[in-house]
Design a protein around this ligand. Structure first.
Ligand SMILES: [Zn+2]
Length: 353
């Protein structure tokens, strides 16, 4: 993971000026871009503006063209805004973190697998288990998938990794935010989805394994679980059915700033922002933007509409990231609520598309 160093104040694309951050050892890569002062990106063309432009270009002798009819207003959406149980999600984060280091192949990892499965007893589950051959040897890898069927033809996938870093196994590192928060928010999504008839698309939750590098982050030493899953879903035709795929990572930081990971589907990134606006959380989104390497990559590279929902600014200059300082006291239930509510509302908006 490489680290962002600048901020932008507008969402849409700006000219890119790569900076020279000191990359930490790591799991994700964020090549940040610099904002150039501009207001055009924020300017919206209203129907009135469009009319003015059309009439000035018309011949003065001709009768002015009738202004175009305004678009049909969208039907009122009276569905109440969703809200997760953030206290419960925070408690899950605490319990997951309390297992200690949860790197691939460890006893704590197995305990966490059982913990996740215990919470999904009544759900439709699927395992994607295999052995990863890595520079540090062979490791068992297990993606856990819970499926919540919907009436519409298509799937919305929400991913979040539950492993912690192998190289940090003897440092006291417990990954409260990185690994803990993602595991927990998915458990809470399962609570929200369980037992409700879905009129929209099916939602699949995936607790991914082997997201972290076993030595040094690279194309071959990272995202072991999702590389396997994307290949499998490509072969069995599942990829074609995925309407949207969203990754949850490091979303518990009390000082929450979700980055706009530009290697994603622009319409989905915008939809997430719209959902955040509807919830009144937009100030926590997209102050910075850049390319991020995370669990979405194997899907993004195969053309799946993706969004990496991540805050890669964890502590001043990201100092808590991948260090023993990644502990519960840095996190907040409020941040889990901001992301949790926003993503549930995003699912609702995708269902309407
Ligand atoms: Zn990480």
């Amino acid at each position: 993971m490489k680290q962002p160093t600048t901020r932008t104040t507008s969402r849409p694309a700006f000219p890119r000026v790569p900076l020279c951050p000191l990359w930490s050892t790591t799991c994700l890569t964020l090549l940040l871009t610099v904002a150039v002062a501009t207001t055009s990106a924020c300017t919206k063309t209203t129907p009135a503006d469009a009319t003015a432009t059309a009439s000035t270009s018309a011949n003065q002798n001709e009768k002015p063209a009738e202004p175009p009819a305004p678009p049909e207003p969208a039907p009122a959406d009276n569905t109440p805004l969703p809200h997760i149980d953030a206290k419960r999600a925070f408690e899950y984060t605490r319990e997951v973190t309390a297992f200690g280091p949860r790197y691939m192949g460890s006893e704590n990892h197995k305990k966490l697998e059982r913990y996740i499965l215990d919470h999904l007893k009544s759900d439709q589950l699927e395992d994607d288990a295999f052995t990863a051959d890595t520079v540090e040897g062979k490791f068992p890898v297990r993606n856990i998938i819970a499926k919540f069927p919907g009436a519409k033809d298509g799937i919305i996938v929400i991913l979040g990794h539950y492993d912690t870093n192998y190289p940090l196994r003897n440092t006291g590192y417990v990954g409260a935010n990185d690994g803990g928060s993602s595991t927990a928010i998915l458990l809470e999504y399962a609570n929200q989805l369980r037992g409700k008839k879905r009129d929209g698309y099916s939602v699949w939750l995936v607790w991914t394994d082997g997201e972290e590098a076993v030595k040094t982050w690279s194309g071959t030493d990272s995202v072991y679980g999702t590389r396997h899953l994307a290949e499998k879903w490509e072969k069995d035709g599942t990829l074609k059915k995925i309407k949207a795929l969203m990754v949850m990572d490091m979303i518990g930081d009390a000082d929450l700033n979700i980055d706009r990971a530009t290697n994603g589907a622009p319409w989905l990134l915008d939809l997430i922002y719209s959902a955040a606006e509807r919830e009144g959380y937009q100030s926590h989104f997209y102050a910075r933007q850049g390319v991020i390497e995370d669990d979405h990559l194997p899907f993004f590279q195969r053309g799946v509409p993706c969004a990496d929902v991540i805050d890669l600014d964890y502590g001043y200059n990201n100092v808590f990231h991948h260090t023993p300082q990644d502990t519960m006291d840095k996190l907040s239930p409020r941040s889990l609520a901001i992301v949790g509510d926003t993503i549930l509302e995003t699912i609702h908006l995708i269902d309407q598309r």
